[in-house]
Design a protein around this ligand. Sequence first.
Ligand code: SAM
Ligand code: DTB
Ligand code: SF4
Length: 343
Amino acid sequence: MSDTASSESFHGHAHHASPPPAGVEVRHDWALAEVRALYGMPLLDLVHRAQTVHRAVFQDNKVQLCSLLSIKTGGCSEDCAYCPQAARYKTGVKAEKLMAVADVLSAASKARSAGATRFCMGAAWREVKDGPQFDSVLEMVRGVRALGMEACATLGMLTEGQAKRLKEAGLDAYNHNLDTSPEHYGDIISTRLYEDRLRTLDRVRGAGISVCCGGIIGLGESVDDRCNLLRTLANQDHHPESVPINALVAVEGTPLEDQPRVETVDMVRTIATARILMPQSMVRLSAGRQQMNEEAQLLCMMAGANSLFFGEKLLTTGNPEYTQDMALLEKAGIRPLEPRRER
Ligand code: SAM
Ligand code: DTB
Ligand code: SF4
């Protein structure tokens, strides 16, 4: 392996080791009432406050372009009510085998040429099983790192040993979302517990991998649920380095197929509140962009989102066209974060 760079933020971006700039609070003791008070502020006051925090921490004001690939699609044993990949729902997603390492790396290389600095590999697994498939995933991680991108994976629950092996392979970040509040979780997923999620997150953190953890809005949750999700994320011992905020993509065949589209104002409030609660984290405007117009996406960035997934597909659902995204960034003068590491 020629790649020996450490997993610290290689973009020179703010990360948790550095103290926050003057005037920016990093807290882990948010009360629900405080979070609600922020979330419920007049929208433009809230956005102004979030933008002020954002600019203090991220002085270069760039947006990270991440690429997402489903390396193992469908056939999942879990019952997450939002998910088109759960085997039990008839959604038109068909179950596939784990992709070959070479195919994943050729997709990664294309993503890199298109400007991605982070490559995230998703598998529709409940948990990782040791064996040849996990060995292939480790190979993919090494390959992505050798291309000079941040490597991220989302593979379901992990044991301590698996987290350690992912770290040794060079994995920068692991995505494992809490999705919603502890109170609402049981209405969305019955095949695992909130505590299972928290345990995997501890193992990821314990192995020295950076944590990517966020949620979904539009699942039928209350404002308190949204605030309690954000509060749970912020009140961990360390803020997740990355916080993806997804708007539900309502997929036919899932129990949530008839959920109304998330309103722009709700997405903006959620992102702004996440930015204020977790000032030094990358906040990702994740699923749901295809359903948003350009103005809504720009408002989300104004509210502190500094990362997005680009490319024609998320895992199984659509995403804006590459050329459309590039045109939006270009006309708005938004500069993408560039990779610092050479291959
Ligand atoms: N199976 C692993 C797990 O659940 O942790 C990894 C892949 S899973 C598809 C990754 C995340 O995608 C989920 O935690 C959820 O937050 C998000 N997601 C899945 N379906 C979605 C949908 N229809 N709309 C928005 N986000 C979704
Ligand atoms: C995250 O929070 N959102 C991404 C990424 N992490 C893995 C996944 C979104 C999936 C949307 C539904 C789909 O395309 O299947
Ligand atoms: Fe499986 Fe992950 Fe989808 Fe849940 S979100 S059904 S665990 S792929």
